[in-house]
Design a protein around this ligand. Structure first.
Ligand code: ADP
Ligand code: ADP
Length: 237
């Protein structure tokens, strides 16, 4: 399997309903893969299988293999907390913790054992810089994150998602609740972050997929019906 993230013959069942019907995809480091397709085709469900969200939270049953760092994580006994440290998540609605900007970033690293204040300060600055948010927030790190605009909150959530040094970032429609200017900023961030991460992004926006992704997987009724380099998919013959 590849070094990044690899799904092999994944099926997802909600009760009797088979929402994902045998999907295999490889996600390479330093690439953005867009999952596109009509509403209800299974994009979110598949994304949520990649970090064990839908069996641990949504009560789904997942079969098949999901390989990360040479480990099949779709097996009993896998440490899901450790797993979530390897995978950052960004959601459709900006959902900062109801805490300060600083605490939004510091929470994860502290939870995973970093107690030293200097080190936490360093991580907070580093992540905010990577999310292009440092200049806007450096003078109000201890103010509530909820005072930020929607676009800033989403960039804070992106900063938070990388604070525990994951290798993979999963994004579920990360810009669909944002205005055009904020959307452009988030897209720009994705393009910068991909140098250091394996990124999978769900979007219903084909233009966005064309702008930010290297590979595109087109989902339809629980299956991948087309998969290729994005420039090939979006080039007219
Ligand atoms: P998409 O992200 O492409 O809009 P989803 O993954 O949300 O699609 O949904 C795929 C299918 O699974 C849909 O038929 C949806 O109704 C169903 N589904 C999604 N989440 C659940 C759930 N928690 N319980 C039962 N069915 C669900
Ligand atoms: P820089 O990126 O400025 O070179 P370093 O990599 O030297 O920073 O990091 C300094 C210390 O902080 C190291 O111990 C490093 O492991 C730790 N560190 C940096 N960023 C993070 C992070 N996002 N999460 C956890 N630890 C981090």
């Amino acid at each position: 399997q590849t070094q990044g993230l690899s799904a092999k013959n994944v099926h997802v069942y909600y009760g009797e309903k088979e929402a994902i019907k045998g999907v295999s995809l490889d996600f390479a480091p330093r690439e953005v893969t867009a999952l596109i397709g009509p509403s209800g085709c299974g994009k979110s469900t598949f994304l949520r299988s990649l970090n064990r969200m839908n069996d641990t939270i949504d009560n789904a049953r997942v079969t098949g293999e999901i390989w990360i760092d040479g480990q099949n994580i779709n097996e009993p006994g896998v440490d899901v907390v450790l797993l979530r440290q390897k995978i950052g998540m960004v959601w459709q609605r900006p959902n900062p913790f109801h805490k300060s900007i600083y605490e939004n970033i510091a929470f994860g690293p502290r939870y995973h054992g970093i107690k030293n204040k200097k080190q936490l300060d360093h991580i907070v600055e580093d992540c905010l810089r990577k999310a292009a948010l440092w200049d806007e927030t450096k003078d109000r790190l201890h103010n509530s994150a909820l005072a930020l605009s929607g676009g800033q909150q989403q960039r804070l959530c992106i900063a938070r998602s990388i604070a525990v040094q994951p290798k993979i970032i999963l994004m579920d429609e990360p810009a669909s609740a944002l205005d055009p200017v904020s959307t452009a900023k988030v897209e720009e961030l994705i393009s910068e972050l991909k140098q250091d991460y394996t990124i999978v992004i769900v979007t219903h926006n084909m233009h966005q997929a064309a702008r930010v992704s290297d590979k595109t997987a087109f989902f339809y009724m629980g299956k991948v019906v087309e998969y290729d380099r994005t420039d090939k998919i979006f080039t007219n013959p």
